[in-house]
Design a protein around this ligand. Structure first.
Ligand SMILES: C[S@@+](CC[C@H](N)C(=O)[O-])C[C@H]1O[C@@H](n2cnc3c(N)ncnc32)[C@H](O)[C@@H]1O
Length: 264
């Protein structure tokens, strides 16, 4: 897998590394830069929506279900709490939230993905960096396999911090950059087999993009520092699936209390 690129100082999504920029595979090849990314990603998910769940199950051998279950548990919220599922797609994570007695609201950019999910939970079509949700309105924010698709991840993290109440919980699930033997196995499966599965059941360009898009994530220390800077404490990262997936959790820090200064 390509090494994670160095993000620009502005905090916008990193540009893809030069090695990933092999022309000639359609609109997602080379990996689009921040300016074209949102539109390219939305079009791609609109295109693959109807087969998205099926290909997910095939390419992870169904493990994605377990990972989402653990993501919801990691929120550690009481039954009845309201959780915003950012980049909800077809709603797998939202359905797991509901199964664990939480109250999900889904938000996603792609109308196609929302439609394919048959909206069994309330959903809104929105960009994760500009959510139509009031400040401190939800008890939890969860996001599965969304991070590497955002054009400006720090802006999305800030938005997650804005909509969460103080003490609210965050859980972010996504693929992890891999090393060593795991890296070799991962590379073989996701860069060779997955594009073939994608080509048979769905859109070939999309399933070439998805494995490579991990290159958009910054190095782990940087990613965790972005989460902290967005207003989260107790930030923790654990690896799942033998190291191919990461789950990041944190708690929304209360806004600093302004002390009353008595003037003489
Ligand atoms: C890999 S899918 C994950 C879907 C779902 N969370 C799951 O676990 O299967 C990524 C989703 O992110 C959505 N997405 C990408 N960029 C977005 C943005 N800027 N705002 C909201 N959703 C976005 C896509 O439309 C897509 O549904």
């Amino acid at each position: 897998m390509s090494p994670a690129p160095t993000p620009p100082a502005s905090g916008a999504a990193p540009s893809p590394p030069a090695a990933a920029q092999t022309p000639g595979f359609g609109r997602l090849d080379p990996l689009p830069g921040p300016d074209q990314k949102t539109q390219a990603v939305r079009e791609m998910f609109d295109t693959i929506a109807s087969r998205y769940d099926l290909v997910n199950r095939l390419m992870t051998f169904g493990l994605d279900i377990t990972w989402r279950r653990r993501t919801v548990r990691a929120l550690g919220l009481a039954a009845g709490c309201c959780v915003l599922d950012v980049a909800c797609g077809t709603g797998d994570l939202s359905r797991e939230l509901a199964r664990q007695q939480l109250r999900p609201i889904g938000a996603d950019l792609s109308a196609g993905m929302l439609r394919a999910g048959l909206a069994t939970v309330p959903v809104i079509q929105a960009d994760a960096s500009d959510l139509p949700v009031p400040d401190a309105a939800v008890d939890g924010v969860a996001c599965a396999f969304g991070m590497r698709n955002f054009s400006n991840l720090p802006a999305v993290l800030a938005e997650m911090g804005r909509v969460l109440r103080p003490g609210g919980r965050l859980a972010l699930l996504d693929v992890a950059p891999t090393t060593g033997v795991v890296h070799m196995g991962h590379r073989l499966w996701f860069e060779r087999a997955v594009p073939i599965i994608g080509a048979i059941f769905s859109d070939p360009a999309a399933y070439r993009y998805l494995p490579r898009s991990v290159a958009y994530l910054p190095p782990t220390p940087e990613l965790l520092s972005w989460v902290r800077r967005a207003g989260f404490s107790g930030v923790n990262r654990r690896l799942l699936g033998g190291g191919i997936v990461q789950l990041i959790t944190g708690t929304r820090t209360p806004a600093p209390t302004t002390s009353l200064v008595t003037r003489p």
